[in-house]
Design a protein around this ligand. Structure first.
Ligand SMILES: [Zn+2]
Length: 373
């Protein structure tokens, strides 16, 4: 299995790196304009179209237009607000592993013909371990005004786990079937807090962009949410590696459907849930686990909350607000999140040490519905 990890390095900007970033941004914006004006529909088509022009106009080496087309295409593809035209606002450039070289800590990037930009990377112990590890392959490099991000990859062999642990991710916490609880209320709180701050802010000083950046920027919010998600995903993966566990998670398909308009939830709550970065948390766990050799499995989310982990009976009347419930079939008192986590764990089919036949226990087969628990 191929595992990828991106590592952030510092560097000292100089006139040459600024020129490279400015030049790249101009080229990217030109490529975006061409892409829209000529209704170009694919990355390769864009590349072929701009290749010669950019090379001649800017005197750059032949691999440069390739990277320009990649970045330009990713901006066009991600663009959603079509009342405004897409363009590259920030200084950011990305280059393929085939085109740059990294000699210990000196990054060497091609630019104009006969000219390479050399950048000494700044690093700490953590980053150093990646530079020194000869078994790692280098992927793409991304340059911004303040940092250099290098993707490293390796072939990672998954350990055969000694047991599975299921995790139920909900709005305010992530609960493991082994009883571990990670608090995520900060994420929900940040969304609410910044949501209120933003709307208040626009009422009071709409045009002041500098203040907005300081108090209500969504980038700041995202950074703080990211920090919280990184912290929790690291803890979960580290524990799994230390105890030789496999991680079992719910497949997230349809999570937004469960909270659509008209199902009786308040607008504010629906908004919070829609914003809640489940996918992000899952992807963080996924790539960290991949790097650490910890297996991750995804199971069906249907009825995970509504099924009693003791008798297997289903409580169809369970409401979203019920934090604990009494099983109508066997009378057991169940904690909503822990019960769901146990059901998720049991749906896992990933092979564990000492298991003769990997087979799902529990209720996955019994409930083939589309309803989300
Ligand atoms: Zn029961």
């Amino acid at each position: 299995m191929k595992a990828v990890k991106t590592v952030v390095f510092g560097y000292q900007a100089n006139p040459q790196t600024r020129e490279l970033l400015c030049g790249a941004r101009d080229m990217i914006n030109e490529a975006i304009r061409t892409c829209i004006a000529e209704n170009i529909r694919g990355r390769l088509e864009l590349r072929d179209r701009i290749y010669k022009e950019i090379q001649e106009q800017y005197g750059v080496v032949s691999c440069f237009p390739y990277s320009v087309a990649e970045v330009a295409w990713s901006i066009v593809k991600k663009h959603k607000h079509w009342h405004r035209r897409p363009y590259a606002k920030r200084f950011m450039f990305k280059m393929d592993s085939a085109n740059f070289s990294l000699n210990y800590s000196i990054l060497s990037l091609p630019f104009r013909k006969g000219e390479r930009v050399l950048i000494p990377l700044q690093y700490g112990e953590y980053q150093r371990s990646f530079l020194m590890d000869k078994t790692l392959k280098r992927g793409s490099v991304t340059i911004t005004e303040t940092s250099i991000i290098i993707a490293f990859s390796k072939e990672s062999t998954l350990a055969e786990p000694s047991r599975r642990v299921g995790y139920d991710v909900n709005e305010k916490s992530i609960v493991g079937s082994d009883g571990t609880i990670h608090d995520l209320s900060e994420v929900a709180r940040l969304h609410t807090l910044y949501g209120i701050r933003r709307s208040k802010f626009y009422e009071e000083h709409a045009p002041d962009r500098r203040l907005k950046r300081k108090y209500a920027s969504s980038r700041r919010e995202e950074e703080r949410v990211d920090q919280a998600l990184h912290r929790v995903s690291t803890l979960i993966v580290e524990k799994a590696r230390a105890n030789n566990e496999a991680i079992v998670l719910e497949r997230l398909k349809g999570i937004r459907y469960a909270h659509q308009r008209g199902n009786g939830e308040r607008t504010a709550k629906r908004r919070r849930i829609a914003q809640w970065p489940f996918r992000k948390l899952q992807s963080y766990i996924d790539y960290k686990a991949g790097w650490a050799g910890v297996p991750v499995e995804y199971v069906s989310p249907s009825y995970t909350s509504k099924t009693c982990n003791i008798c297997g009976g289903i409580n169809r009347n369970l409401k979203l607000t019920d934090r604990s419930w009494l099983c109508p079939h066997c009378g057991a008192m169940l904690d909503r999140d822990l019960n769901a986590a146990i059901n998720i764990e049991r749906r896992g089919k990933i092979r564990c040490l000492g298991e003769a036949r990997p087979e799902a226990r529990g209720t996955d087969e019994a409930v083939k519905g589309n309803e989300t628990g």
